[in-house]
Design a protein around this ligand. Structure first.
Ligand code: 5GW
Ligand code: MN
Length: 289
């Protein structure tokens, strides 16, 4: 038996994809194109009154480089038909672009300080997300999705992705042996792990507000303990996220269709690209001011 986030998961067809893994050893579904009936998910979540808070950070140069495309494309593809509120965290609130939003969709801008180290910008997201869930999201939304801003929606990213605890399989590693997963290997870090189930990508994770609160709290705690011990995990917040999902199995996995990098090239198993990595101009983006 499949473990179920929702009764509608009984309609998932795990056999419809012979070319990929559609279920984990702990019976969580891995969502691929062809496995689900979109309209059944949309109907079920409308009936249940699911609502989604999106957190996205656009600090420094990332605001002008990515935010408009992220938001505009999300309005074309992300959870259409459900109430969605974007929580945009930025150091330049006045520069957030004005986007026309669909019905029942809203955008909130929140100020954050700009950390001088980019590793800290990335890691401190965990604390900020936990705080906004505690003060606001928990009273108004059933689910939360947390996204990197440097991405663009290009296909349906719908209610089939909603679950109690949702992790995304990193596009670079889904076909590689576990020995190549880049977990943190330093025993002094809280993120240290010898082996795991999958290599998850921190650019997308979600779940019920309660579960996302638990994920972000655990990751923040690990990050702070590492700081006290003068260590930093190999891939920062992503290493801590991988450790969390190894100890606390996600109830639902998203295939790399849900966060693909076109520079990987053509893959027969990627039938729909739902979210694409935006091209990176590291030279420009990772220098100060
Ligand atoms: C800047 C320089 C290096 C790394 C990160 C940043 C950075 C990240 C930034 O200056 N401003 C910012 O808002 N971010 C947020 O952190 C964005 O939401 C971004 O998508 C997220 C993670 O950083 P990325 O996307 O550069 O990380 P990777 O793992 O995709 O390379
Ligand atoms: Mn990114």
């Amino acid at each position: 038996m499949l473990s179920m986030d929702n009764l509608v998961d009984a309609t998932l067809s795990l056999q419809s994809r012979g070319d990929v893994q559609t279920c984990t050893t702990w019976k969580a579904p891995i969502i691929w194109e062809g496995m689900f009936e979109a309209y059944l998910y949309d109907k079920a979540h409308k009936r249940k009154k699911s609502s989604v808070a999106v957190t996205v950070f656009a600090v420094g140069k990332y605001l002008e480089a990515y935010l408009e495309t992220f938001l505009y494309s999300s309005e074309q593809h992300f959870m259409l038909g459900l109430p969605v509120t974007y929580y945009v965290f930025t150091d330049m609130p006045e520069k957030v672009p004005h986007i026309v939003l669909g019905p029942k969709r809203h955008l909130k801008i929140l100020s954050v300080h700009r950390h001088s180290r980019w590793q800290d910008i990335s890691m401190m997201r965990m604390k900020t997300i936990s705080d906004i869930i505690q003060t606001e999201i928990r009273y108004n939304f059933t689910h939360v999705f947390c996204f990197d801003v440097d991405q663009k929606f290009t296909g349906r990213f719908g209610s089939e992705a909603l679950g109690d605890s949702v992790a995304l399989i990193h596009a670079y590693y889904y076909r590689l042996p576990k020995s190549m997963y880049t977990y943190d290997r330093n025993p002094n870090s809280k993120a240290y792990m010898e082996t795991g189930d999958f290599y998850y990508h921190a650019a997308v994770f979600g779940g019920t507000w309660k579960n996302v609160k638990a994920v972000t709290d655990a990751c923040y705690k690990g990050i702070m303990e590492d700081k006290e011990n003068n260590v930093e995990a190999l891939w920062h917040d992503e290493s801590h996220l991988n450790k969390y999902f190894w100890l606390n199995k996600p109830s639902r996995l998203l295939s790399p269709e849900y966060c693909w990098d076109d520079s990987i090239g053509y893959r027969t198993d990627i039938r729909v690209k739902r979210l694409l990595w935006a091209p990176k101009d590291y030279e420009n983006l990772r220098t100060n001011n």
